[in-house]
Write a protein that binds this ligand. Sequence first.
Ligand code: MN
Length: 198
Amino acid sequence: MLDLPNLPYAYDALEPVISRKIMELHHDKHHAAYVAKANAALEGTQWANKPIEEILKNISELPQDKQMPMRNNGGGHINHTLFWKAMRPPRKNNEPAAEVRSKLEQSFGSFEKFKTQLAETAAGQFGSGWGWLVRKAEGKLAIYSLPNQDSPYLTGDTPLLGIDVWEHAYYLDYFNDRPAYIEKWWQVVNWDEVGKSF
Ligand code: MN
């Protein structure tokens, strides 16, 4: 059984970057629905009590009719679980500690270049999806976007930081201006939490 985790802060804690209304709908309705549908898909299978990361890494071993439901809803569950943890109340000059910063500099040239690359990648995702910073199996950091609720775990990568660019994540606050949402979102990235998975 997968569980809907509580938010690690109040629904209005991310304002004015992300409104209470978005957080209520996003967590209580969207994420809750992914959890319910993933549990329904796993019910009665040997996968029902496996960690979601393990299920996604081995998705092709699931019964054929469970693979797409778990790709979508199991992916939706782990993506949102990581997303809530990776945010905190807004800070104007929000930057990672030296160790994380230096890893980003090594991989992307500078912290600013890293932010630009992830922002442009997420903004450029056609339709619904996520922008991701991941660690590849061989240890290198990489940035890419994935459609829908596809998780980096599907290809064996480890997600370090993801931004949800489905319209449900920003439309009530930013309407169609996805780049404006992404620009503000940097203020709520919880670099202390994200740094733990580096
Ligand atoms: Mn979402």
